[in-house]
Design a protein around this ligand. Structure first.
Ligand code: CMC
Length: 418
């Protein structure tokens, strides 16, 4: 294959280098384009723009493949734990038994949150959206760990901040839930595994291990997803040399939107609306297809996947298992399955390659676990911590790192005078 591409701009021709990835993806490197021709590229929503080279996550959206550091998501969700995957993302390799024990120990040691963070959470109205508290608590942590607020953290500080933030955010997420319920906070129990401890702090009692296992799988499925809106945000903020707490807080904000992580909340609200309306999905499918109507089928479609989102397949199979373990039924699951079947045989969705994404079924599991709808996106944020931190680490360790600063084409008024 040619190692360069020729671009003919009429008045100027230029040869642009081609970069090839380890899984065969190809990119035209346009970094010298403006300097050599005066042109920039336009790419609304960055649908065709690579912002970095990365060794963390690979997605083949056409084939529905997701891999982290070479391992498929199906393999990881079946054989590893959330903490093993977190370690893999951050350290580029799976932990040995001793490394995993030491990693878990560090997280457990640092899981108690400062009193100031507890006070901050309590200062929010009970009705506040949990994502607003999550974002505020994350950035506020920087004031409690000032020694870790440098962009140029050394290796030992990086190895300290990663378990610290995994431990702290677990406790923060549980405390946010308790605050919304008007309940007092529960301290972490060092004898419990990560997910079991989170559920213990949330519920105030130990939960069935099968439930903790199901939630652990959900966290695995959310751990990273390459350059999505929130990971890209973490990198953009990190590129200004803002500290990791600020970068993660910005990632939480980006995740909150209903076109991104907030879709899990929107899906459940949509399923409940369909149920309230009598359960017929056709009306909602028609609304989603109507270009005059802003309504979209939430949990459907993806910028990268033009095939089944592999995470949605795993979650769908877990839905039945979790409801069975909890000896409960949820009519929303039947509505979701029916909606999926109808949409997947509808020309509108077929021709646009719109499939269920990770958010389509996750809410049904969260609901079965007794997690309120407005906490769903915090659950996503809990799972995404290792991904964001690994993306940040890769950014700050890259010799190619520069501040992110896109260009524009100005289309406003010219030569106005007062
Ligand atoms: N319902 C109805 N039509 C849709 C949907 C949908 N959910 N998604 C895309 N379309 C249509 C869209 O109207 C457009 O049609 P046309 O070509 O006729 O103009 C076409 O499909 C392409 O859509 P797009 O908006 O250009 O695609 P995008 O890559 O910019 O957006 C998306 C991707 C995920 C934001 C979008 O599919 C969407 O809004 N989905 C619903 C929200 C959702 O489930 N988000 C979670 C994403 S996965 C997890 C995560 O990222 O956190």
């Amino acid at each position: 294959m040619s190692k360069s591409a020729k671009l003919d701009l009429g008045e100027k021709q230029i040869e642009l280098p081609i970069i090839e990835g380890s899984e065969g993806e190809r990119a035209v490197d346009i970094s010298k384009l403006r300097a050599e021709t005066g042109f920039i590229t336009m790419d609304n929503g960055f649908g065709n723009s690579g912002s970095c080279e990365s060794k963390i996550t690979f997605i083949d959206g056409e084939k529905g493949i997701l891999k982290h550091r070479g391992y498929t998501i199906e393999n990881l969700s079946e054989k590893s734990s959330f903490l093993e995957l977190a370690y893999l993302l951050f350290n580029q390799k799976l932990p040995s038994a001793d490394e995993l024990t030491s990693f878990k120990g560090k997280i457990t040691e640092r899981s108690r949150i400062p009193e100031g963070i507890k006070a901050l959470i309590k200062s929010f109205p009970k009705e506040a959206h949990p994502m607003s508290i999550a974002s505020a608590a994350m950035v506020a942590l920087s004031a409690h760990y000032p020694e870790l607020t440098d962009q140029d953290l050394n290796d030992s500080q990086k190895n300290e901040i990663f378990p610290l933030l995994l431990g702290q955010f677990k406790t923060i997420a549980a405390a946010i839930y308790r605050h919304g319920q008007g309940e007092s906070f529960v301290d972490p129990d060092p004898s419990l595994d990560y997910t079991a401890d989170f559920l213990y702090m949330m519920k105030g009692k130990q939960v069935n291990p099968e439930i903790a296992k199901a939630l652990d799988v959900l966290l695995i499925l959310h751990a990273d997803h390459e350059q999505n809106c929130s990971a890209a945000t973490v990198r953009v903020v990190g590129s200004s040399k803002a500290n990791l707490f600020a970068s993660l807080s910005a990632g939480i904000d980006a995740l909150w939107g209903p076109l991104h992580g907030g879709a899990n909340q929107a899906v459940l609200e949509m399923l409940e609306a369909i149920q309230k309306d009598g359960g017929g999905y056709e009306k909602f499918i028609s609304k989603a297809k109507d270009k005059e109507d802003p309504f979209r089928l939430m949990g459907f479609g993806h910028r990268v996947y033009k095939n089944f989102d592999p995470r949605a397949k795993v979650i769908k199979s877990y839905c039945d298992e979790v409801l069975e373990a909890l000896e409960t039924e949820d009519p929303l699951l039947d509505i979701a399955k029916g909606l999926e079947k109808t949409a997947l045989s509808d020309e509108y969705f077929v021709s646009r390659k719109l499939f269920p994404n990770v958010d389509f079924y996750s809410g049904i599991i969260y609901k079965a676990l007794g997690i309120p709808t407005n906490m769903f996106t915090v659950m996503f944020a809990l799972g995404r911590q290792p991904g964001w931190m690994s993306q940040w680490r890769e950014l700050v360790e890259s010799p190619a790192m520069r501040i992110t600063r896109p260009r524009q084409i100005y289309q406003g008024k010219t030569d106005e005078k007062l």
